[in-house]
Ligand binder design. Structure first.
Ligand SMILES: Cc1ncc(C[n+]2csc(CCOP(=O)(O)OP(=O)(O)O)c2C)c(N)n1
Ligand SMILES: [Mg+2]
Length: 803
């Protein structure tokens, strides 16, 4: 269905005619898919539908301007664009709608995402990069409106880095930075902060980014008058327009149904962005939505009859058709014939997609029915099992849920039986789970050989007379090694450039490696993360710095919705190995001492969450992460930069393992589990406890996600028989997560002689000042007394109550 014409030199009228008719064919095919797609949802074959009808023609123009190596970061209306480039076939469109779990059927997400979330494969089936310069690239869509914007910034910035940074091996990723990053966004979604943050940042950075706004005046039912000042995006964005003196944007406005004008606009925008590396906004107005927003409502409820009539008259496909007729490119008969052929083709494609989706499930249904039949024949409860079997047999279009739920229920009727038929059914169910569950749960983390958890530890080594230095110097000198070793490594964030971060962990490195590689950014955490995601998707190795853990909340939505899901939502066909560096715990006051690790942990499944207790451990984590290709958050301890540590002599090489705890003090009476800044307090308490004869073992978790893969904590509990988890998150936060892991996954309850407990901060934000800290977060005395109370309960004679 490719719409790109083969041109060599001058375009003849025949070439032109072929190209136009090909475009028309794509537009009509796309529309027909939208119409049939809606029907599939309304008749119950698919769960939900959101389509690109009304936005076809601008996307033909965009596809024409889009070149190999370029990137898209868009939203759910872009099916026509994907079809025009041959990246989405009719069958694939429907396979996505049905949630077909085979990547060949639904290459966008193997059924994990609802339809309308587009993606291309950056990785081959073994997980290696493909040559991204030889294909059109679409970063995988996500549903939160405007969340495609931060990533778009990074996709565009990568071109700038590739063009201007000479020592990077850009093969397979870029040809001289010629790639344009194209974004799309709905008019209403421009109300989001992410839109404005991205637009401003791209204007500052001057990157090759073209943002098209599909303006249909609505965001579901809400009209532009509730969305946009002056109801006019072009007008309010006009201040971004570049001038002779000042860099900015090229702003263009064009009507969404004007095919020749759109062609011209997108070609011009692409050329300008590609050659001059400037950002461009194309405000595409007078766009319609013939079927309304999605399958969950009808637009007649909120659009006036006049508006509906206007939309019908300005439907871009209708307008394009008329233009073809008026320009004598084709006759009414020819177009009608084409329309009908397309209708048939789409119907057939849909049918094929459905059959392909349902066929394996029918086979599985048959297997299950046979096993149920056998089970019924062998059981005194035959009638009940037969009933279940009949229900399953009658399912004409069986889903896997139907098959599993029935077979699992059948087992309840044979709990006391011991037949081979029962064994067969049990085995079949277990195998079925093993086979099917990964279709929904795999690729949360890399499953490749070089996954982060397989990178082995390398200990720091020391000269005999190793110096004691401030922790930040270990980090700085380690980053120096890394920047030197990995030309594709970049570090950026607020104050990261000129002064080398607020704690000087990057001191002097901008001077050494240049402003492209060690850079300052505006105060804009969401797009700092977005920059990192986009650049990581294009083969660079960004470290995005969030100045303090407290401010990660501004970037947390993008980390959670975008970064943490990249691998999962693309079934391992895209990756974004971004490292996020931040610093947290224990400084001063409500917004400088946060330790919301529970929140972070729960929102960032799909990332590694690492909390090194000192800067040598932190440096070791960076070294490990650069050996692999997975996203991670490293939380450095704010109060550790000026504490002395021995300077290792193998900087850049020693590695802290991921998913491994470390016993930092051996003891026999109780196991104290902690991490980060609190660990120092726990160690102090352990020493004081020793003076009263209580011998505590202290374990540093250091890797919260994943947590203790070898299961070492339970071994300690088996020895001490008592367990206390200490941190400075709120009660029920990360400490509860750790406790659950030890009790449920490691079965530590078997070894306990006392109730397992947690000690955390107060449930409020930490108050300012020394006393604010003392009364908000666990102190050495708190840890001491908590442990003492546990010992008192166990042995009141030796440990009489303290107070
Ligand atoms: C952050 C967020 N809030 C709300 C939604 C629900 N939602 C989905 S689409 C949409 C309207 C978007 O309108 P617009 O950007 O104009 O795009 P259009 O659908 O009109 O093309 C809303 C509110 C969402 N997906 N994400
Ligand atoms: Mg809209």
């Amino acid at each position: 269905m490719q719409s790109k014409p083969k041109t060599n030199g001058t375009l003849t009228f025949d070439d032109f005619r072929t190209a136009v008719l090909n475009d028309y064919k794509v537009a009509v095919t796309s529309r027909e898919c939208s119409l049939l797609g809606r029907r599939e949802v309304l008749t119950g074959k698919a769960k939900f539908g959101i389509f690109g009808d009304g936005k076809e023609v601008p996307q033909l123009a965009w596809a024409r301007a889009f070149k190999k190596g370029d990137w898209r970061s868009g939203y759910y209306r872009d099916q026509t664009f994907m079809m025009a480039l041959g990246l989405l076939s009719i069958e694939q469109f429907f396979a996505g709608l049905y949630a077909h779990t085979d990547l060949n059927a639904d290459p966008m997400s193997a059924g994990r995402q609802m339809g309308g979330h587009f993606s291309t494969h950056s990785l081959d089936p073994k997980g290696n990069w493909k040559d991204l310069t030889r294909q059109e690239n679409s970063s995988s869509d996500i549903s939160p409106t405007a969340a495609q914007m931060p990533r778009l910034l990074g996709l565009a910035q990568a071109s700038k880095v590739f063009r201007n940074q000479e020592d990077i091996d850009s093969r397979g990723f870029s040809v001289d930075g010629n790639e344009v990053a194209w974004g799309t966004i709905g008019n209403a979604s421009t109300s989001e902060g992410h839109f404005w943050e991205t637009i401003n940042a791209a204007g500052v950075l001057q990157v090759p980014m073209v943002v098209s706004i599909w303006d249909d005046e609505y965001g579901i039912s809400v009209h532009a008058r509730h969305q946009t000042t002056k109801e006019d995006l072009s007008e309010i964005l006009s201040g971004f327009q570049r001038t002779e003196e000042k860099a900015g944007y090229e702003m263009i406005q064009v009507r969404g149904w004007d095919y020749p004008e759109l062609m011209d606009t997108f070609a011009r925008a692409g050329e300008l962005a590609r050659t001059e590396h400037i950002p461009i906004i194309i405000h595409v107005t007078e766009v319609t939505q013939p079927q309304g927003h999605s399958t969950s409502g009808s637009h007649e409820r909120y659009k006036s009859p006049e508006r509906l009539e206007w939309e019908a008259n300005h439907d871009c496909n209708v307008k394009m058709r008329q233009w073809i007729l008026d320009s004598n490119i084709a006759t009414e008969e020819e177009l009608t014939e084409l329309d009908q052929a397309i209708k048939k083709e789409v119907r057939e494609g849909k049918k094929k997609a459905w059959n392909a989706f349902i066929a394996p499930q029918k086979v599985e249904q048959q297997e299950a029915v046979t096993l149920l039949k056998n089970l019924a024949d062998s059981s005194p409860n035959r009638v009940f099992i037969d009933k279940i079997r009949e229900e399953l047999e009658q399912e004409k279009e069986p889903l896997r849920r139907d098959i599993l739920s029935r077979t699992r229920k059948a087992l309840r009727f044979v709990t006391t039986e011991n037949s081979p038929e029962k064994r067969q059914l049990q085995d079949w169910i277990n195998n079925y789970f093993e086979l099917i569950q990964p279709k929904y749960s795999s690729e949360l983390y890399s499953e490749a050989e070089n996954r982060a958890t397989s990178i082995s530890e390398v200990l720091p080594s020391y000269d005999q007379d190793a110096e004691d230095v401030d922790g930040r110097l270990i980090l700085r000198d380690n980053f120096d090694h890394l920047l030197n070793h990995y030309p594709e490594l970049l570090v950026f964030g607020e104050d990261s450039g000129k002064i080398g971060d607020v704690n000087q962990g990057l001191e002097g490195l901008q001077d050494k490696y240049g402003e492209l590689r060690v850079s300052d950014t505006g105060i804009r955490e969401a797009t700092i993360v977005g920059q990192g995601i986009g650049m990581a998707m294009r083969g660079l190795r960004p470290i995005a710095e969030i100045q303090y853990l407290d401010y990660i909340l501004y970037g947390l939505q993008i980390l959670s919705d975008d970064l943490a899901t990249v691998r999962y939502r693309t079934m391992g066909t895209q990756k974004a190995p971004l490292i996020v560096r931040t610093r947290g715990h224990r400084l001063e006051g409500i917004w400088h001492s946060g330790s919301h690790m529970g929140a972070v942990l729960h929102l960032l499944r799909g990332m590694y969450i690492l909390v090194p207790r000192d800067m040598t451990k932190a440096a070791g984590f960076y070294n490990t992460l650069l050996q692999t290709d997975e996203p991670a958050l490293v939380v450095e301890c704010l109060n550790g930069y000026r504490l002395k540590e021995k300077l290792p002599n193998n900087l850049g090489e020693f590695r802290t393992p991921i998913g491994v705890v470390e016993t930092v003090r051996e003891g026999s009476d109780i196991t104290l589990v902690s991490y980060g800044s609190t660990l120092r307090i726990v160690m102090d308490a352990a020493k004081e406890l020793q003076q009263l004869g209580i011998d505590a073992e202290v374990i540093d978790v250091q890797s919260l996600l994943p947590l203790d893969l070898p299961g070492d904590i339970v071994k300690s509990v088996a020895k001490t028989n008592r367990l206390l988890v200490v941190d400075e998150d709120v009660p029920g936060g990360a400490s509860a997560y750790i406790l659950q892991h030890i009790l449920e996954k490691q079965n530590a309850y078997q070894h306990l002689d006392s109730a397992p407990q947690t000690l955390s901060a107060q449930p409020h934000r930490p108050a300012y000042g020394t006393d604010g800290d003392y009364f908000s977060k666990p102190s050495t005395e708190d840890v001491f007394e908590k442990v003492y109370a546990i010992m008192n309960e166990a042995n009141p004679t030796d440990f009489p109550p303290l107070r």
